[in-house]
Design a protein around this ligand. Structure first.
Ligand SMILES: C[S@@+](CC[C@H](N)C(=O)[O-])C[C@H]1O[C@@H](n2cnc3c(N)ncnc32)[C@H](O)[C@@H]1O
Length: 205
């Protein structure tokens, strides 16, 4: 049997993220996850929040690994994974189809145009007053929040990183401004272990 893809970081951060999401997500409804990766998060969250239906998604190249984990571990409240590259308008779920959107560790991996496309897609598929919970490292007003994040940002932007010209830790103010352009306001900014944060946006009425 092929080994399932596994991310040690997802194993470490899934409990603290769950504890935060339990206060942020609605008591019922459907949650879209962007960039589900190995599927460790969606499996864990769906088991702990059975009142929600979870829609995992990934880019085409990562779908087989994600699907393999879902096949073995997903409960009945996890929908089959969909292909979603945020830049592909036709791959987004229908307008107003989701009560919440969750994404972890995607904003520093995507290029800035991809981050912009993500907010445009979220604006469309999220219900009015729905929440977009975005976990990851973020700079605060242009400054890294820790030496570790400064080093990570330098690695992402380095010439040694094949994606280097596109990746990097995003500034919180840029995320908030982008959210405003897409009809969302910052509702909360939650400090998480290892200098990560959850930026919680809500779609304006
Ligand atoms: C560092 S991984 C995070 C995976 C998982 N969310 C986690 O926290 O373990 C970054 C994820 O961003 C996704 N991603 C990058 N560019 C994307 C795009 N254009 N559209 C959708 N997802 C994208 C990748 O496929 C990958 O799963």
């Amino acid at each position: 049997m092929t080994e399932l893809p596994f991310a040690p970081s997802a194993e470490r951060n899934k409990l603290p993220i769950l504890l935060a999401l339990q206060d942020l997500l609605p008591s019922a409804g459907q949650v879209l996850e962007i960039g589900s990766g190995t599927g460790q998060h969606v499996i864990f969250f769906a088991a702990a929040m059975p009142q929600l239906h979870w829609q995992p998604s990934e880019q085409q190249m990562h779908l087989p690994g994600l699907q393999a984990r879902l096949q073995l571990q997903a409960g009945s409240n996890v929908l089959p994974a969909i292909e979603l590259d945020v830049t592909q308008a036709t791959q987004w779920p229908p307008a107003l189809s989701h009560d919440a959107v969750y994404a972890a560790n995607v904003a520093h991996i995507m290029s800035w145009p991809q981050v912009q496309a993500m907010f445009a897609g979220v604006e469309c598929c999220l219900h009015t007053a729905g929440r977009f919970c975005l976990y990851g490292p973020f700079h605060r007003q242009g400054q890294p929040t820790s030496a570790g994040n400064a080093e990570f940002d330098a690695q992402l932007r380095s010439a040694d990183n094949p994606q280097g010209s596109h990746q990097g830790i995003r500034d919180d103010s840029a995320m908030i401004e982008l959210a405003h352009r897409h009809g969302m306001q910052l509702l909360d900014d939650i400090a998480m272990p290892a200098n990560n944060r959850i930026l919680v946006f809500t779609k304006s009425i």
